[in-house]
Design a binder for this molecule. Structure first.
Ligand SMILES: [Zn+2]
Length: 333
C-alpha cells in the first residue's frame, strides 16, 4: 500500500493562535515534494499548513507510513540511522538527564510530572535520575512505545493528551512536551489543557524546533516543510501562544544565534540543536483575555524567511562550501 498525499482528505483551517484567516503563503510544497501549502499568519506570525490532512488522515499516516516517509526524507543524511527501541530509550535517558541538569532551578523538584508524547519513556527516566522526587507519567499514542515504557517502570497511558484521565491522577507540578508540539493539530488547545492540568506555579517545559533556524540551515523554506509538522514555531510566536494561554516564561534558550562549537558540544551531550527550550509557569489568569495581535512581528518574520536573508547565512554556515574560508577567518567558532 502506497501513501498518496494528494488523495488523503484535507481540511481548511484558521490560525490556531489568533483565529484569523489572513496569511502570507511561504511555500506550496514540502521537503519531500508533497503539495503542502505553508502559511504565515499576517496577524500573529504563527506558521501552519493549510489546508492540511484531517485528524483521521493523520492517524492513518502515523500508523502506516510515517516512519517509512521520514526514513526516505532523511536518506541523504548520513547521520540518520535506524535505532532499536532500547537504543532510543537510552538516548532519551541521556537527553532527559542533560536537559534537567541544565534547567535545574526552573523545574519543580517533586510531584506528578507528565510527559506528553513520551515515546519509550526515556526522557522521564532521565529526569527521574536527576530529580528522584518526581512521579513520572507518560502519555504516548503509539502502542509499542507505551508498552515498552511500562516494562521499564515508567507508567504510561496509551492515548492522546485529550483522553488522559486527568481527574484520577490529580494536579501536575510539571508537564513536558519535547519534540512533539509541531505534530499536534491544536497546539493552543494543548496549552489550555496543560494550564488546566498544572497546579498554580506548575511548570510547562518545552523543546521545540525553531522554524527560522531550520530554514536558515536548509537554505530554502521548502526544505523545512514536513507534512507531519502542521504547526511551526519561532521564539516569538511560541512566546505569544504561551502568554495568551496564561503562562509566564521563566526560562528561554534559543540555539539560533549560538556558535558552532556550542552546537557541537550540545549535540555531543545528547541535546537537540536548532531548537528552542522554554520553561513557562502557570500564573493566575487575568480577568479579560488579551486580543492577540502582532502584525509587525509577522512582517519581520516574513522578511527573515526570504531568500536574500536566508541564503547568505546558509552559504557561510551550513552549505560546506565556505568551510576553508570560515576556518581561516574563524567565523562562527
Ligand atoms: Zn494568527
Amino acid at each position: 500500500m502506497m501513501f498518496d498525499y494528494t488523495k488523503t482528505p484535507k481540511e481548511y483551517v484558521h490560525c490556531n493562535l489568533c483565529g484569523k484567516d489572513d496569511f502570507f503563503i511561504l511555500a506550496e510544497r514540502s521537503s519531500n515534494g508533497y503539495e503542502a501549502r505553508a502559511c504565515l499568519c499576517k496577524n500573529c506570525g504563527l506558521i501552519y499548513l493549510n489546508p492540511r490532512m484531517t485528524k483521521e488522515g493523520y492517524a492513518a499516516y502515523y500508523k502506516d507510513f510515517y516512519r517509512k516517509d521520514r526514513a526516505e526524507a532523511k536518506k541523504d543524511n548520513k547521520k540518520y540511522k535506524h535505532n532499536s527501541m532500547e537504543e532510543g530509550f537510552l538516548g532519551s535517558v541521556r537527553f532527559g538527564e542533560v536537559f534537567s541538569s541544565r534547567l535545574k532551578e526552573h523545574i519543580n523538584p517533586d510531584g506528578i510530572t507528565i510527559d506528553v508524547g513520551s515515546n519509550s519513556g526515556g526522557a522521564l527516566q532521565g529526569f527521574k535520575n536527576i530529580f528522584p522526587g518526581i512521579i513520572p507519567i507518560g502519555i504516548e499514542p503509539s502502542d509499542k512505545h507505551a508498552e515498552f515504557a511500562n516494562t521499564q517502570g515508567i507508567k504510561t497511558f496509551r492515548c492522546l493528551f485529550e483522553d488522559f484521565p486527568r481527574d484520577e491522577i490529580g494536579e501536575a507540578s510539571n508537564i513536558f512536551c519535547f519534540h512533539t508540539l509541531n505534530h499536534l493539530l491544536d497546539p493552543k488547545g494543548f496549552f489550555h489543557w496543560a494550564y488546566a492540568t498544572l497546579q498554580m506555579g506548575g511548570r510547562l517545559v518545552l523543546s521545540v524546533k525553531n522554524f527560522r533556524a531550520q530554514v536558515k540551515r536548509s537554505g530554502t523554506i521548502k526544505r523545512a516543510i514536513q507534512i507531519d509538522h502542521p504547526y511551526m514555531f519561532t521564539p516569538e510566536n511560541l512566546r505569544l501562544m504561551l502568554v495568551a494561554t496564561g503562562f509566564q516564561i521563566v526560562y528561554e534558550d534559543n540555539d539560533e544565534l549560538k556558535l558552532r562549537n556550542e552546537w557541537t558540544r550540545q549535540h555531543a551531550d545528547g541535546l537537540s540543536i536548532h531548537h528552542i527550550r522554554v520553561v513557562a509557569e502557570k500564573k493566575e489568569k487575568k480577568e479579560q483575555e488579551i486580543p492577540i495581535s502582532a502584525p509587525s512581528a509577522a512582517r519581520v518574520l516574513k522578511h527573515q524567511l526570504s531568500w536574500w536573508h536566508v541564503l547568505p547565512y546558509y552559504f557561510v554556515y551550513h552549505s560546506g562550501k565556505m568551510k576553508y574560508f570560515r576556518k581561516i577567518f574563524r567565523i562562527g567558532y
